[in-house]
Design a protein around this ligand. Sequence first.
Ligand SMILES: C[S@@+](CC[C@H](N)C(=O)[O-])C[C@H]1O[C@@H](n2cnc3c(N)ncnc32)[C@H](O)[C@@H]1O
Length: 668
Amino acid sequence: MGGRRTKYKQEPPAPLRNPNETRPSTKRLGKRKANVDHEPEPSTNSRPTKKAKADKPSASKKRTKDPEKISKVKPTPTKETSIPLSEEGESDGWEAASDLEDVDGFAVDGLDDLDIDEDDDLLRGVPEELDLGSDDEEVALFPQKGRKSKQAERPTKIIPTASDEDSDDESDDEDGPITAKNIEFRSRALDEEAAREAELDLEEMQNAALDASDDEIDMEGEEEDTEAFHLPTAEERAEEKNHVADVHVVQRRMRECVRILGNFSKLGAKDRLRSEYVEQLVSDIASYYGYNDFLAEKLFQLFPVSEAVEFFEANEVSRPVTIRTNTLKTRRRDLAQALINRGVNLEPIGKWTNVGLQVFESSVPIGATPEYLSGHYMLQAASSFLPVIALSPQPNERVLDMASAPGGKTTHIAALLQNTGIVFANDANKARTKSLTANVHRLGCKNVVICSYDGREFPKVMGGFDRVLLDAPCSGTGVISKDSSVKVNKSERDFHLLSHLQKQLILCAIDSVSPDSKTGGFLVYSTCSVTVDENEAVVDYALRKRPNVKLVDTGLGFGRDGFTKYRGKTFHPSVKLTKRFYPHVHNMDGFYVAKFKVEKRTKIKAGTQEAGSTNTVDGDEQQDVGFDSDEDRAFIEEGKRIQMKAKGLRVPHRRQSDIAGKVVKAAA
Ligand SMILES: C[S@@+](CC[C@H](N)C(=O)[O-])C[C@H]1O[C@@H](n2cnc3c(N)ncnc32)[C@H](O)[C@@H]1O
């Protein structure tokens, strides 16, 4: 039996890059699909699963068949054809490009109460990345080819489609192009595929027990390898930092650390601590994938050891290009047919959406087709459909999209409202509302009012909404494959400031929802970040500050449950109802979605409420968001300090220990 030891010995070193060299891009779009409907359990074993093995033949079959499929309709793009998104290879006529230029404007407009002053680079820096986050139309402008990562080779399908499996139904040729006639059939086939996947999952779970006993056997032989592996001492690590690390050495060391940490009591060197292996692994991950040490560690902590590596690997690969059918103008089957006729190879995304299409290859610029220009679809990341599906707006409702530019979700809401009711699409960054306006017009949304307030001004500006979406400004740690600058430009302080802003915004969003709504009374909070500070911690804070809200099921049907415990913090048990999405599990951007039901405020007896809470009055009266608890003091003081400085007043020096202590406490 080939144990792990044998596998590692036989495995030739994978092609590696020098971490100090520019990393060749691994981006190649739309080639891989995976299964969101049946998400795999976190892998703790690097060997291919049985399910994965079973998937392989159909995956390779698909690769060989796709070009033929296209050639029936249009000149065949080569297998290496990337997906042009516009004539020039960038977003021509596509607002996302201008969004990037708007970034500075956003920094000033969006966060001016949040301590922006001239020499506070960090505060300027934070928002610059925020809007790169879940901007829907920023789907990989330049699909590139290059090193195919381990993640890209994973055969697990994340977005299942009918044509991945042969159909028994001879009335529909799954290898043929999607037509108006067969698209219904193929959607049905997705359900069947999902059922088959469920069976495979079950089988895989049953086999896991057998695999575990195999591992025991493998481990015995592996001990020899452990002897050969030397974990550098602190001095050796310091010395190594002075040189360019050999990537082969780094890669082997990462593999060894993962393996040893998987069974530390047996494989760990007797004179070394587990934490030393972890420290080495995090440091190697940071240098190998190009993260700063702080962020590498922060992200590493979210997962079991071997899964963490999968997450980092997945961030090196582009997510599939996906589009959302604008049902105000067309139907998915008609859009699919129109694009197929233009030489686009596409398929429905998965059963969880009836408007999404995944684009595999295209011989035309997907961001400049006549269908695109006439608003038949939005280029939109699959993850970005999720908050609106969770929001589930109903016709004739009054909806607030509190941070809406460039409008991927606003236009989706407008479509679900079928152009009835009203959507207030707000964004603090005035410059970014240009692209929002353009998208609203292009998609033919007639029920949208665009405004530009700081979200923290709601509900003073207006309230009483049936539903509110807060797709919050965030660090973008879920979209690193789109914006790799996040890897190096986020510090601890960024996360504290962001988390604080998100906490302020979520309270304002809650207070903007009408508890008297006949049809709604819901808030959806989402981010394109995977950190707990920006997600569960914010949601938990809202639950504590607003006893009139409760979390409800998102209705999404997939995704990992939110953390209820994390690194010594305990959140409300209902935080489990919130959902996390990961690139390495769902093959979509990292994302977080929470759905709240807002109830009527009740009178709470004096003394039972934290200072700063607003939930002390009956009726409609909306009060200011209180931020006077201990938790907020550090931020308030920091804000005052910066405001004084901006006014030219003499500011007392910031005591380092004070700031670090208070801010860390506040964020805890
Ligand atoms: C993640 S993006 C929103 C993407 C958008 N929902 C979509 O689907 O296209 C976050 C947005 O929040 C905006 N923003 C930042 N701070 C804000 C604030 N205090 N109030 C309102 N909007 C804010 C940014 O300008 C940015 O456009």
